[in-house]
Design a binder for this molecule. Structure first.
Ligand code: F1X
Length: 393
């Protein structure tokens, strides 16, 4: 990481700011939604009440003594954050710990009957079962007649804009889905991305997934295309080891998405066949590394993960949160080169992301001025702009 006195770490303690609204409004709304979605017992309701009080008015508290990941969270900075207001510790840390505590409250980590019951599953399932998903899958039938480059580009854009399908985001951005998509890319390095994945090559692609459902489906379709066309010989899909940020994909969500694709007809079912056989013969693997849910930037990744990314031809980070973790959750001057913020990364790296938080790098001065002139600061968080950035080395 470069020395960054000019790029302060984002905190959530400024009333009226986007990060503050996430802590003060989005998190309580998520607690409400989860509480309403399950027939929880009194213990769970009490734990949710306690969490609501702690995260809005209280301080960060340590994990229970028997938490299986106590040591990990100690390494991830819990002792330094304990006793401080959730608003005063780094925003990234605070959000991440909120999801960890929410899972605790509903019994995910316990040994009881609620162990492993995903509190966000009803929302993710509803999205996967929605009519919009049928329409998106039916639209794939237009692809087989097109030249390979056009299909590849269409599927890349499907995966990119699929990142708008973020359930946590929609909780606090009502109507965002209905707005004009404004499909404007604020940075487009797709040519550099394709140059790293030529047809008939031996590339290993690592895709660090973001959301389940209507984002994961197009991510899987893109992977299927890359494998089928020989742009990747092998792909590794990184998902979250536990439910996170409402809609982030876990292994269970990958299974649901693959079932959804397999049950479809036409081209979608063909992509499903490619994916099932690639999983069966090991060309496509799923990883759920603990660091995927860490409250830290990727600059602090552990050695085993660093080695894995170093061995890949290209690592693609999907989504807003992964972007924040890739470049560092800081208020960078928007023209800071992307490759300067990813210089620590051990191999070629790309970001596919719609803009849903204030972190941004790699803009040209002209693009930044145009966005500010048209929308002041709104373009940073509205989810209506996107980027494809590549550091090819
Ligand atoms: O990573 P994703 O799904 O694209 O977006 C995650 C997100 O909704 O959560 C954060 C605020 O909670 C923001 O960074 C962003 O808006």
């Amino acid at each position: 990481m470069p020395d960054t006195p000019f790029a302060p770490v984002i905190l959530g303690n400024e009333p009226g700011s986007f990060p503050h609204s996430v802590l003060a409004e989005r998190h309580p709304a998520i607690i409400r939604q989860v509480r309403d979605a399950f027939p929880y017992g009194p213990g769970q309701h009490r734990a949710l009440d306690d969490l609501l009080k702690s995260c809005t008015q209280g301080t960060v508290e340590p994990l229970p003594d028997d938490a299986p990941d106590r040591d990990r969270w100690r390494e991830w900075g819990l002792p330094g954050c304990s006793g401080r207001s959730w608003y005063d510790v780094p925003w990234l840390w605070s959000e991440s710990y909120f999801y960890r505590r929410l899972l605790d409250a509903v019994g995910w980590f316990g040994t009881g009957a609620w162990q492993g019951i995903d509190p966000f599953r009803p929302f993710k399932r509803a999205e996967l079962d929605a009519q919009e998903t049928d329409e998106e899958l039916a639209a794939l039938d237009a692809l087989p007649g097109l030249p390979e480059e056009e299909r590849a580009q269409a599927l890349l854009h499907g995966s990119l804009w699929g990142n708008r399908a973020d359930l946590g985001f929609r909780l606090s951005a009502e109507g965002a889905e209905a707005r004009e998509p404004a499909p404007s890319l604020v940075a487009d390095d797709s040519a550099a991305l394709w140059a790293l994945l030529p047809p008939g090559g031996t590339a290993t692609l690592v895709l660090v997934a973001d959301n389940a459902g209507r984002e994961l489906v197009p991510d899987l379709l893109l992977i299927a295309h890359l494998l089928a066309e020989g742009r990747a010989a092998r792909a590794v899909l990184h998902v979250k080891p536990y439910p996170y940020y409402v809609s982030d994909a876990t292994t269970a969500d990958v299974v649901d998405a693959l079932h959804r694709l397999r049950a479809a007809s036409g081209a979608a079912a063909e992509y499903a066949r490619v994916l099932w056989s690639a999983m069966a013969d090991g060309r496509l693997t799923v990883r759920a590394h603990p660091f995927s849910c860490a409250p830290l930037p990727y600059a602090e990744m552990p050695d085993d993960l660093r080695a894995e990314f170093a061995a890949a031809t290209l690592t693609v980070f999907k989504g807003d949160l992964n972007y924040r973790r890739l470049v560092g959750d800081r208020l960078w001057p928007p023209t800071t080169p992307f490759r300067e913020t990813t210089a620590y990364f051990p191999g070629p790296v790309a970001a596919l992301r719609t803009l849903k938080s204030e972190v941004i790098t790699g803009l040209s001065a002209a693009t930044e001025s145009a966005l500010v002139a048209a929308e002041a600061r709104r373009w940073r968080t509205s989810g209506t702009h996107a980027l494809i950035q590549v550091d090819a080395r």
